[in-house]
Design a protein around this ligand. Structure first.
Ligand code: ADP
Ligand code: MG
Length: 274
């Protein structure tokens, strides 16, 4: 299964500028407020194509908000996010003024960015296979034959071929989460975002989901992963970002960040979690 789409580019619109983006994902000085509460206080990081970034930090530090800004489910208040040469959610004019992109552009953009949440959110009334086929048929306009073929390939990839005709309620949490990942992959995303996808699972089911993510990383998918699985971050991530109170406190390769934390904040976070 081709997990990357080579034929369509995020940069195929006339709105593309290249000067602001040097990496596949560029997050520049992003700020986000909820009313009076500033949740992101100038976030900067970049991701090159095929990299896996693990986002760690205490509850409430802004990890989910940052992830949601990356696919514009949450509007950031200032700064810029670039993905594959295009600004996310906004267009900027020469004076730095910005306007929200039309809904159709945002929808097109989102179809390239897969996101999987802690809760699997599968459609309960249709089979596993149909859960995976739905968006490719409706959004990408694929034929049912093609969508079914892709869905079966993806089910094989996540180890659930025999569950194609099952309904979500008859699957374990780990199986449902693997279906949720397959469903996201069916849209042929360029990037996959994961928000604590194993946090709601019984401990014995965590490994099967992490294995699917490990495989995806090995296949070259660009991934931003919010996780409390530090061992997974150590093994799979190219870069670890530690956030606290809306700022990036430390970031770097796993051995640097996880084994040689420089700040007291990260030291105590790692102690609390391991
Ligand atoms: P994390 O994922 O690191 O736990 P979040 O990004 O979910 O952190 O939340 C960061 C902060 O923003 C928290 O204080 C949270 O209560 C607040 N927050 C998140 N979403 C909203 C919202 N929709 N409205 C108001 N406050 C929010
Ligand atoms: Mg969160």
């Amino acid at each position: 299964v081709a997990l990357r789409r080579e034929d369509k580019s995020l940069s195929d619109s006339a709105l593309t500028r290249s000067e602001g983006a040097r990496h596949f994902i560029d997050v520049n000085d992003v700020e986000k407020w909820f009313g009076q509460l500033q949740v992101l206080k100038g976030i900067n990081f970049e991701v090159t194509q095929g990299q896996v970034v693990a986002l760690i930090g205490p509850s409430g530090s802004g990890k989910s908000t940052m992830l949601r800004c990356l696919n514009f489910t949450e509007q950031y208040d200032s700064g810029e996010i670039w993905i594959d040469g295009e600004t996310v959610g906004y267009r900027f004019d020469g004076q730095g003024r910005r306007t929200v992109r039309p809904e159709s552009e945002i929808a097109r953009f989102r179809s390239h960015v897969g996101i999987v949440y802690q809760s699997y959110n599968l459609f309960p009334h249709i089979s596993v296979l149909k859960n995976i086929m739905l968006a490719p048929v409706k959004v990408l306009g694929h034929s049912k034959t093609k969508a079914r073929e892709t869905a079966m390939d993806l089910l094989a990839k996540v180890g659930l071929s025999e569950k194609a005709d099952a309904f979500p309620i008859n699957l374990s949490g780990g199986q449902q989460q693997r279906v949720a990942i397959a469903r996201a992959l069916a849209m042929e995303p360029k990037i996959m975002l994961f928000d604590e996808v194993t946090s709601a699972l019984d401990p014995e089911l965590v490994g099967e989901v992490l294995n699917v993510m490990r495989q995806l990383a090995a296949d070259g998918m660009t991934m931003v992963v919010v996780t409390h699985e530090i061992q997974f971050a150590r093994e799979v991530a190219d870069k670890v970002i530690f956030m606290d109170h809306g700022v990036i406190v430390e970031s770097g390769v796993p051995s640097e960040v996880l084994d040689n934390p420089k700040t007291e904040r990260l030291q105590s976070f790692l102690q609390r979690h391991f």
